[in-house]
Design a protein around this ligand. Structure first.
Ligand code: S3P
Length: 428
């Protein structure tokens, strides 16, 4: 993919798209398939480089799998994996490093996990603390940053209150809970995506959920599953927000994941004026899937704060990108976590929006972006962050003049075909 891409303004958006498989679900199904008995078949597996990092790590742990286009077959190795001969390469993927740590904590060997420059800056104390309480020994670089070295072994069940809302950490503790004797209990400050809980149940684990609390029974055998991964709503967000920019737009997104812990974006955009209807709703392995039809209308503003911020966390960059074009602007609060994503997304959004001429107030835990603004095409830097690259492709559609996105190739992390698909639904 080209490192630099020029995006020209659009007149409208129209067409039909099927999104690649959800990244969060693909990681979890692959990891659980690896420690299950039998062969797991996954259709519409995420095409993103992040999920390929997970598959690469699993291979290094002795798991065999085959991939033909978006179909992945994972030959379950059972709960005991093989010691890797080199540090596991998690690439850019925080999900790989954090969630796999939960499984490695329960292995009778030592392993190391490393990542790229961006991942090497990301906080890992949040996953180290609970896994050490369970009995693993973990060392990290200064500031609890990667690389991690995990000496696993027999684990004990814990009762853990997460200090930060993180579905990755919740999932890591639940995965470790599989290897502990007794019941592990996790409580989160706000409810985050529950793909881990649903996937564990689909693979045969005993998981109970009530309010913000999840419990898992240890020492359970997992069995393989056959699944089609729902389309990724966080990738769909770029197209839905693009559709929201043009009153005449008509977009159909089929086989889209609509898990209620992820789908607040649809309610938010509907409240802002996008006309949305959902058909063909069905449930697969506990995950809701449906077809979304979106028609552009007005574009009012919104205030996003917890608990919504936590559930919208990956969609905030693109919401910020369309904010100047809304009538009332968008205010984002309680979003400090965005500073420790693949980039400091609050700073990246503020800087790039300002480069396009927008008035933006950057706050420690969010952004306030005024509505009714006219943006001009400019040179944007993705800062190597996939969601920043894609968000500014959307902002560019309503700007005056062309926008050059540097580091556009970062999109491969979650959505390799993004720019081509965008071109196919944009009318100029
Ligand atoms: C994810 C959880 C979120 C999200 C990330 C995927 C997951 O991260 O931003 O893209 O699959 O559990 P945190 O757990 O750090 O909030």
């Amino acid at each position: 993919m080209a490192k630099e891409i020029i995006v020209r303004p659009a007149r409208n958006l129209s067409g039909s798209i099927r999104l690649p498989g959800d990244k969060s679900i693909s990681h979890r199904y692959a990891m659980l398939g690896a420690i299950a008995d039998g062969t797991t078949t996954l259709e519409n597996f995420s095409t993103g480089a992040d999920c390929a990092s997970t598959l690469g790590c699993l291979k290094a742990l002795g798991v065999t799998w085959e991939r033909k286009a978006n179909r992945v077959l994972i030959h379950g190795h059972g709960p005991k994996l093989q010691p890797p001969s080199a540090p596991l390469d998690c690439g850019n993927s925080g999900s790989t490093m954090r969630m796999l740590s939960g499984i490695l904590a329960g292995q009778q060997f030592a392993s190391a996990l490393a990542g790229d420059e961006s991942l090497s800056r990301r906080p890992m104390a949040r996953v180290i603390a609970p896994l050490e309480m369970m009995g693993a020994r973990i060392s990290a670089a200064d500031g609890a940053k990667p690389p991690l070295r995990i000496s696993g072994g027999r684990l004990r069940a814990i009762d853990y209150k997460l200090p930060v809302a993180s579905a990755q950490v919740k999932t890591a503790v639940l995965f470790a809970g599989l290897f502990a004797s007794g019941e592990t209990r996790v409580e989160e400050p706000v409810r985050t995506r529950d793909h881990g809980e649903l996937a564990l149940r689909a693979f045969g684990a005993e998981v109970k959920q009530k309010g913000n609390e999840v419990r898992i029974m240890g020492s359970h055998k997992l069995h393989a599953i056959e699944a089609t991964v729902p389309g990724d709503l966080s990738s769909a967000a770029f197209f839905l927000c693009a559709a929201a920019l043009f009153p005449g737009s008509q977009l159909i997104l089929s086989h889209l994941g609509m898990n209620p812990t992820r789908s607040f974006l649809l309610d938010l955009l509907a409240g802002m004026g996008l006309r949305i209807s959902v058909t063909q709703l069905e449930e697969t392995h506990g995950e809701l899937v449906g077809t979304v039809q979106a028609n552009g209308g007005e574009l009012r503003g919104a205030t996003i704060q917890n608990p919504q911020t936590a559930t919208l966390i990956d969609e905030i960059p693109v919401l910020a990108a369309i904010a100047p074009y809304t009538t009332d602007g968008i205010e984002i609060r309680d979003a400090r976590e965005l500073r420790v994503k693949e980039s400091d997304r609050i700073a990246a959004m503020a800087t790039n929006l300002q480069t396009m001429g927008a008035v933006v107030e950057e706050r420690e835990d969010g952004l306030k972006i005024l509505g009714g603004q006219t943006l001009r095409g400019a040179e944007i830097d993705s800062q190597g962050d996939h969601r920043i690259a894609m968000a500014f492709a959307i902002a560019a559609l309503r700007a005056e003049g062309e926008t050059l996105i540097r580091g556009a190739d970062a999109a491969v992390i979650s959505y390799p075909g993004f720019f081509e698909v965008l071109d196919s639904v944009v009318e100029r």
